[in-house]
Write a protein that binds this ligand. Structure first.
Ligand code: SAH
Length: 474
């Protein structure tokens, strides 16, 4: 280990910063965040730095650096573009036994600034010892995404209960188990969701209750996105990795499912068209049953749970049984398929609005208001419309939509076998009969589809001229 990581208490401590430009400003911001009193010495001090100093009991001295400025300083930082000056600061500081950092010159540093993940009071510093600062920053970016913003709050709440927990549990081991349960799982999730008072109440119950395991669990209704696991939200991923049980739909991809906690029970409750594995009421009951057993239940759905996902109905049942829940949005098929096929859903020249519509029709006659769907300058996106495509396109034409309106079918959007077929209202049914693109597929109707030719960037193109004629039925 070339450097020992230490955390400096800088509150009200004097620190010298040599330099008054942008680099100095960045360092000054950090120092001020830690409560230091910063003295800047420089021939010029940029306005922003001056304002920062004014607001944080700092001072700027306009003039020449000299070694006497080091007296009584806890740290010194040189952030100038004058190498000779930087070196002088270094040697003076070493002589004076003052820790010194010269920006971008590891050799002249007796301490280095780590990349910081700040969830105060929890702070993480990452250092490559000056050898690859970019690597440290990349690592930081990963941690930033992985550690919820309100982690610090969790630490403060834990601190609040420290003495009580010590009193209640006499052994270190018992305390450790208690804290592990609190700091990951339901209570932590309450804090991350901004429900601190509920979290505090749960800790209090846990501390007084002889059998804290006898508590009701929680249901997380999670949008699993369109298939590509990289399109999950951080929150979705975190909750999936905490689940005791996952109830998932047919639309949830293998790759997404793979990211659930290894020990979780995975239960398929998916619905394929006209073939319900578990009827909706059954799913509602399952959610209630497992939550009442104290489990953390993830209800994982394709796309967004509130868009053609019946998420609302499931939550109503939970509400009726007083089971706590959280909902995590997911990227819905319309967003995913449009971006991954290079078809913007709105565009200044072509469409000022977009409608998400179900293509499922009762008894093959439409309960949709087609008069509304044929307005010009609007994009219409049909979910669940693949099998009703002939009726949909015919009805749109009958209600006045020009038959040459561009249409796209995006099949298995965002997956490795995504396919896009484009045509017009008039010929899309015939093209799809030949192409036989598989479900799930989304249908996009509107002028914006014409942008696909130019903006397509992902997956395979299905070209109309390569399609063979429809095979005669055997
Ligand atoms: N809640 C989901 C939609 C459920 S309805 C969401 O927000 O995306 C199911 C329909 O969504 C399918 O019939 C299909 O039209 C569409 N769909 C879902 N995932 C898709 C995908 N990866 N590619 C294309 N269409 C998809």
């Amino acid at each position: 280990m070339d450097y020992l990581p230490l955390f400096f208490k800088l509150t009200n401590q004097d620190v010298l910063l040599v330099g008054g430009g942008n680099v100095a400003l960045r360092k000054a911001r950090l120092l001020c965040r830690a409560g230091a009193k910063v003295t800047v010495i420089s021939h010029r001090v940029c306005d922003e730095l001056q304002q920062l100093l004014d607001a944080n009991q700092g001072v700027a001295i306009i003039g020449e650096y000299h070694s006497a400025l080091l007296d009584n300083k806890m740290l010194v930082i040189a952030a100038t573009d004058d190498n000779e000056l930087n070196e002088r600061v270094h040697f003076d500081a070493v002589e004076n036994n003052t820790p010194v950092n010269v920006v971008d010159s590891p050799k002249l540093c007796t301490f280095v600034f780590p990349a910081i993940v700040d969830r105060s009071p929890v702070v993480i510093g990452i250092s490559s010892g000056g050898s690859a600062p970019v690597l440290a920053r990349l690592l930081r970016a990963r941690l930033e995404t992985w550690i919820p913003k309100s982690y610090g709050k969790l630490a403060s709440i834990a601190n609040h209960f420290r003495d009580q927990v010590k009193q209640k549990f006499s052994t270190v081991n018992h305390r450790r188990v208690f804290w592990e349960n609190v700091l990951q799982g339901q209570i932590a999730e309450k804090v991350f969701a901004g429900r601190e008072s509920e979290a505090i109440r749960l800790i209090e119950t846990k501390l007084t209750n002889e059998d804290p395991e006898h508590q009701v669990g929680e249901v997380y209704l999670v949008g699993g996105g369109p298939g590509d696991p990289e399109l999950l939200t951080f929150k979705a991923l975190r909750l999936m990795q905490q689940a005791d049980i996952v109830l998932y739909d047919a639309l949830v991809s293998e790759a997404v499912l793979d990211l659930c906690r290894r020990d979780a029970d995975l239960v398929f409750v998916g619905k394929k068209r006209d073939n319900h594995a578990v009827p909706q009421e059954g799913i509602n009951e399952l959610l209630v049953k497992h939550a009442k057993l104290g489990k953390r239940v993830v209800r994982l759905k394709g796309g967004d749970p509130f868009i053609f996902g019946r998420g609302g109905e499931e939550l109503e049942t939970l509400k009726a049984h007083n089971i706590p829940f959280q909902v995590v949005p997911g990227i819905t098929a319309a967003s995913a398929c449009s971006t991954f096929s290079g078809i913007p859903l709105t565009h200044r020249n072509y469409a000022q609005s977009v409608k998400f519509v179900t293509g499922q029709l009762k008894n093959r006659t439409s309960d949709l208001n087609f008069d509304e769907l044929v307005h010009p300058n609007q994009t219409v996106v049909f979910y669940m419309g693949l099998h009703t495509l002939p009726v949909l396109s015919q009805k749109l034409i009958e209600h006045g939509k020009p038959s040459d309106t561009p249409v796209a079918i995006v099949s298995r959007g965002t997956s490795a076998d995504q396919k896009v077929l484009t045509g017009t209202l008039k010929n899309i049914t015939e093209l799809q009969e030949k192409a036989q693109l598989p479900a799930p597929a989304l249908i996009i109707v509107g002028e914006v589809v014409s942008l696909h030719e130019n903006l397509s960037w992902f997956g395979e193109e299905v070209l109309a001229q390569n399609l063979s004629p429809v095979k005669a039925e055997q």
